[in-house]
Design a protein around this ligand. Structure first.
Ligand code: ZN
Length: 133
């Protein structure tokens, strides 16, 4: 079936989907930090690759990776329509993720990548505070 959106319109729609999803998972992680007394984190910290959270003192960069965009092997991340288009996009993102991780690690940062699905209301209880200290 043909895509109902032309290319420009689609990227606009997907950008919106992305930013809204990200915001809610980020907020959930912030709540987790507050509930568990995790301190020292910054949002929008100026660092290569724009991590979602940074702990400057501990030199820890935290990325929340959207399952769809970053190619997690969980459910609902493999659309059948435009499969080639999406798999190419995800491959690009994954390469970029690897590159960002390498650059940060070379600069002495630890990098923690968290899948979006592990921050669902159901699963966030399993997240360990130890990862952030
Ligand atoms: Zn996932």
């Amino acid at each position: 079936m043909a895509d109902v959106f032309d290319k420009e319109r689609r990227s606009f729609v997907m950008r919106r989907v992305k930013s809204e999803k990200n915001r809610s998972t980020e907020l959930r992680l912030i709540k987790f930090f507050k509930d568990n007394g995790v301190t020292g984190w910054r949002r929008h910290y100026k660092l290569y690759g724009k991590p979602d959270f940074a702990f400057p003192k501990a030199k820890l960069a935290v990325f929340v990776d959207g399952c769809f965009w970053h190619g997690h092997d969980c459910r609902n991340t493999k659309p059948k329509d435009n499969a080639d288009y999406w798999s190419e996009k995800r491959l690009k993102n994954q390469r970029r993720d690897e590159e960002v991780t390498a650059v940060l690690q070379n600069g002495g940062w630890r990098v923690l990548r968290i899948w979006e699905c592990s921050l669902s209301a159901k699963k966030i209880g399993a997240l360990s505070v130890d990862a952030f200290v």
